[in-house]
Every structure is written in C-alpha cells, then in structure tokens.
Design a protein around this ligand. Structure first.
Ligand code: PEP
Ligand code: MN
Length: 332
C-alpha cells in the first residue's frame, strides 16, 4: 500500500504518521521526490482501514500495490535509485562499466588488467575469487587470496572492486570489497540473500539461469526487506532450447521492463549471456541502446590461457574498442 502525501506536509507530521504506521506492525518506506512524498507500507496492510487512512488530513491518496515486490517497486519510489559505490555510483545518469577477468589468477594478472580497463574507461574492477563452477574438478578460484589481490589492484588503480560471494560465512573476507555479487546460481539462495540484507554494502544480483522477472525481483526484495536497499540488478542471459551458438539468451527486453517496474539500477552482462568474445560488442551496444545503467564485461590479458571463461573474454584492446563504441551510443 502507498500513501501519497499532500504538498506542504511537515517533517513532524510525516514522523508522527510513520510512528502510527509502525505501531500497526508495518514497515515504512519513505520516498521524498522533488514534487511528491510517498509513504510505502510493507507488511499485512489488510488491518489498515483505507477510509481512515484516506481521511487523515496530510494524505492525498491511498493505493494498494498488487505486485508482491514492494520495496523494489517503482510505485514505492518513483525516482531512480542511485547506488553509491566508493567515489562512483550505479544508476541515474552514470553509465557504469564493471570489467575484469572471470577469475583472479594472480596478483600481477589482476593488476595488469585493472590498469588496462581503467585506462579504457571502466568504472569498476570485477574478478571472481570464489568461483561457482559446474564441475567440481574445475578451478574453483583463489578464494581469500583472490580477494587480497583485488584489494591490491584497487590500491593501485583506485577502481572499486566487485566479486562474488557463495557462502554467507565468508562475509568477513568481503569487508574491503565494494560491491558483493550474487551469481546466477545463487539468486534464490534465500538464506544468503537474508544475510546480505543485514549489511549496507551494494549487492549486484544476477538473474538466475531460468528466473522469471518476478522471481528475480522477489530475490531483490529479500535483500531489501532486511534493510539493504543498495541492490543492482544484472541481466546475464537465461536458458533456452538452443545453446549451440550462444551460451544463453540475452533478454534485453527486461531492461525497459525493469525500468518500469522497479527503481533499482539494471546492468547487462553480455559476456556470460553469449559465451563468445565476438558477440560481446554487438550485445554491449544493443544493451547501451536500450537503456541499461551499465555493463559487466569479462576482460583477460591472455584469453586463450584463461583458467575460466576464456572464450568469452575480451582482450584489453577489444575492450577498449567496445568502450569507444559504447560511448558513442550513450553520448558520453
Ligand atoms: C561471473 O560473473 O563470473 C559469473 C559466474 O556469472 P553468472 O553467475 O552470471 O554465471
Ligand atoms: Mn565468468
């Protein structure tokens, strides 16, 4: 349920309304826009008598929100959410580019790539330390050591770092990580999502392999319901019937759909979506053209010998070329 407040409502009136709503056992989500202040009510609102609420002198109108996602809903928060990450941010007018290797392989490797992607215009460094691999016999990442190398690369370049978490017990290792990634395979690991709701760090929530938009937004809701509103959504392709030429199907239509449904920023990962380096550029440009708030792109200093996802990794030169064309499309 949302209550749109009348123009000229004072802070004191808002505060007493907030206290009253909380005394009804509901959570309050306050959104102060340039022109309107909206109070979102989360919880079982059936107890609240709309007549009574409507008659309060500071409330202009009261509407029920039918979608099951509340905090993530744009109706609760008409303005775009801008997630602050170090000196940069994701959402609003900023176009974010998170680039780097699939997995951190050594300190030298990640520092070299960090410098190159920064020079080409990336705003953040990505790199997997804990890797969710389909086979238990494949390289599983350098784990804590990998995070240390990312922190070194951040010191060298100033780029904020993004890396994936697979187990909430590892959270202490992520203290200096700027954005915690929840991978496609963990999108519905609800216990992990609840833990991430208890912190304030930005969370990059990738779309599950077969997740519907509603399921994805409900996963964001798990994080937000705990009090962490710093959620960034990332489309990375979904499973379909044909994986012969593309690894997944990049669902770009979700970009405008999500911009309608939610205030959270939406970025696109053309690397995992296509699985092929030569398809990354056209899909990155298409994503930029349809309004994504940013991109996540895998870049490697030696793709042929990468320990993970080499086929989809761009060389540093290819990345620089993509960035040039992306800038063209976004006009920056
Ligand atoms: C990754 O970003 O390296 C990754 C494993 O992505 P996804 O969860 O989208 O497969
Ligand atoms: Mn990868």
């Amino acid at each position: 349920m949302i209550a749109v407040l009348k123009l000229g409502t004072t802070e004191k009136q808002i505060e007493s309304l907030r206290q009253w709503i909380e005394s009804q056992g509901l959570k309050v989500h306050l959104s102060k826009g340039e022109f309107q202040t909206i109070i979102g009510l989360v919880g079982d609102t059936s107890k609240i008598d709309e007549e009574l609420r409507g008659s309060l002198d500071i409330v202009e109108s009261v509407k029920r929100i039918s979608e099951p996602f509340k905090s993530a809903n744009r109706k609760f928060h008409p303005d775009d959410t801008i997630v602050k990450v170090g000196d940069t941010s994701v959402g609003g007018n900023i176009f974010s580019v998170m680039a780097g290797p699939c997995s951190v392989e050594s300190e030298e490797q990640v520092i070299e790539i960090a410098k190159a992607v920064k020079a080409a215009g990336a705003t953040m460094l990505r790199g997997g330390a804990f890797k969710p691999r389909t086979s238990p016999y494949d390289f599983q990442g350098l784990k804590a050591e990998g995070i240390e190398y990312l922190i070194e690369a951040k010191k060298e370049t100033g780029l904020p770092i993004v890396t994936e978490i697979m187990n909430a017990a590892h959270l202490p290792l992520f203290e200096k990580v700027d954005v915690i990634q929840v991978g496609a395979r963990n999108m519905q690991n609800f216990e992990l999502l609840k833990e991430l709701g208890r912190i304030q760090k930005p969370i990059l929530l990738k779309r599950g392999l077969c997740a519907t938009v509603k399921e994805w937004l409900m996963s964001a809701e798990y994080i937000m319901a705990g009090g962490n509103e710093n959620v960034i959504l990332c489309e990375r392709g979904i499973r379909s019937f044909d994986s012969q030429y593309t690894r997944n199907v990049l669902d770009l239509s979700v970009v405008p759909v999500l911009h309608e449904l939610t205030h959270l920023p939406v970025i696109v990962d053309p690397s995992h979506a296509t699985g092929s380096a030569r398809l990354v550029k056209p899909m990155a440009l298409a994503a930029a053209a349809c309004g994504t708030d940013g991109l996540m792109i895998e870049v490697h200093n030696d793709p042929k010998n990468a320990l993970c996802d080499g086929a989809q990794s761009l060389t540093q030169e290819q990345f620089s070329d993509v960035m040039g064309s992306v800038r063209h499309i976004i006009g920056k």
